[in-house]
Design a protein around this ligand. Structure first.
Ligand SMILES: Cc1ncc(COP(=O)(O)O)c(C=O)c1O
Length: 379
């Protein structure tokens, strides 16, 4: 079988739109505006149309998107920001880079997303430590929006801002609200393996706040004022390349169709996988973009070895929660412990997931998982 099963297959998508990609890239080569060319503004308009956000600012990557959002919210040294521990390091990194204090909160075992009760505990932790609590960053992990009704209520009660790190979830919908329109600011990544990815690094910031959008546009180009030689604030070089914008415009044209395909793939996994395997749970009335399809097993490391022997690529996101990483070891923890993040780091396993995954291959993957679950050494 099975070396042919790709964990994430970008070649099938490229074959589908290769002519259009070639033409779009050739167009940039012809007009020569490699930095902030017309495709960048066109992409920002198309992303805004796609999700309904009032302002979209394209930028260099998803980490810069978070950095721009935090600078725009005037995060100062010593300010506290609540962040889930079970996520990629880039969620917390910009908080620390700016001298802020990430307070790590736990996640829910079934959805992998920020646990509202742990968010409340993190607020109390900030108060107990006498920190100036400014906001929270929620993460729509593996493509699924968080439980925003609960999270927004806590954020409002505590006069905090909310930044949604949707690096993995652009295109998803929470109770008829598209990702990009929730929280004060949403950020995303166009890293190639993301549901909407370019052919290099890329990212974007979404907000309905006019003033915040203006500040982020300025920050993206060295804090520029009326032009780039008028520097009204300290910013960064955080622009998206024109060629990446051109690629993204072509990929966005087929994105809705790919989101449907991803959901068909996820539904087939739900059907084919062994009954005793813990599957990801999607919040009611919510559409995930399935950046990952992640299951849980107490015998994760053995299962990984077994799958690899069977030619099934699988991956672990994430083997360490952030509060256990040396870089964040000294940061406060909500309520003193984060048991779900720790358990998930030991148990999670992501299976191949992309819009072009064939039903036959999913049968093979499910059969490999079934053989593992039925092995006599397991309870
Ligand atoms: C949850 C999360 N936040 C932020 C990022 C950072 O995005 P980028 O790699 O584009 O900087 C990623 C990328 O993997 C991510 O998964």
């Amino acid at each position: 079988m099975r070396d042919r099963i790709a964990f994430i297959d970008l070649t099938r998508q490229q074959e589908r739109i290769r002519n259009r990609l070639d033409a779009a890239i050739a167009c940039v080569l012809d007009h020569g505006q490699y930095i902030m060319g017309p495709e960048v503004a066109a992409l920002e308009r198309s992303l805004a149309d796609f999700c309904g956000a009032r302002h979209v600012i394209a930028c260099a990557n998803g980490t810069d998107a978070l950095l721009l959002a935090l600078i725009a919210k005037d995060l100062r040294a010593g300010d506290a920001v609540i962040v889930p521990s079970f996520t990629f390091c880039a969620t917390a990194e910009p908080v620390s880079l700016l001298g802020g204090v990430p307070i790590f909160a736990d996640v829910l075992a079934d959805t992998f997303n920020l646990d509202p009760e742990s968010l409340k505990a993190a607020v109390l932790t900030a108060r107990r430590l006498g920190l100036r609590l400014r906001g929270a960053i929620s993460v729509d992990l593996f493509g699924q929006p968080c439980d925003y009704d609960a999270i927004e209520a806590i954020v409002r009660e505590n006069s905090m801002w909310l930044i949604c790190d949707a690096a993995q979830a652009f295109g998803a919908t929470y109770r008829r609200r598209k990702i990009g329109t929730i929280g004060n600011i949403t950020t995303t990544s166009f890293f190639p393996a993301k549901p909407l990815g370019c052919y290099g690094d890329g990212g974007a910031v979404f907000t309905d706040e006019d003033e915040t959008a203006g500040i982020i546009r300025s920050l993206r180009v060295h804090g520029q004022g009326k032009d780039k030689y008028d520097n009204v604030r300290v910013g960064i070089n955080g622009r998206l390349d024109t060629i990446q914008a051109a690629v993204l415009l072509e990929k966005l044209a087929i994105f809705a169709d790919e989101i449907e395909a991803r959901n068909r793939v996820a539904a087939r996994y739900d059907e084919f996988l062994p009954a005793n395997l813990k599957r990801p749970v999607v919040v009611d009335d919510t559409i995930s973009v399935w950046a990952q399809y992640t299951v849980q097993t107490r015998f994760r490391d053995d299962c990984l070895i077994h799958l690899r022997k069977q030619g099934v690529p699988a991956a672990v996101y994430y083997p360490q929660p952030l509060h256990r990483q040396p870089a964040f070891r000294d940061c406060p923890i909500a309520g003193g412990q984060l048991p779900t993040s720790e358990r998930l780091a030991a148990d999670v396993l992501s299976l191949p997931m992309h819009p072009y995954l064939a039903e036959d291959d999913q049968h093979l993957i499910a059969a490999a998982m079934t053989a593992f679950s039925a092995a006599p050494c397991l309870p």
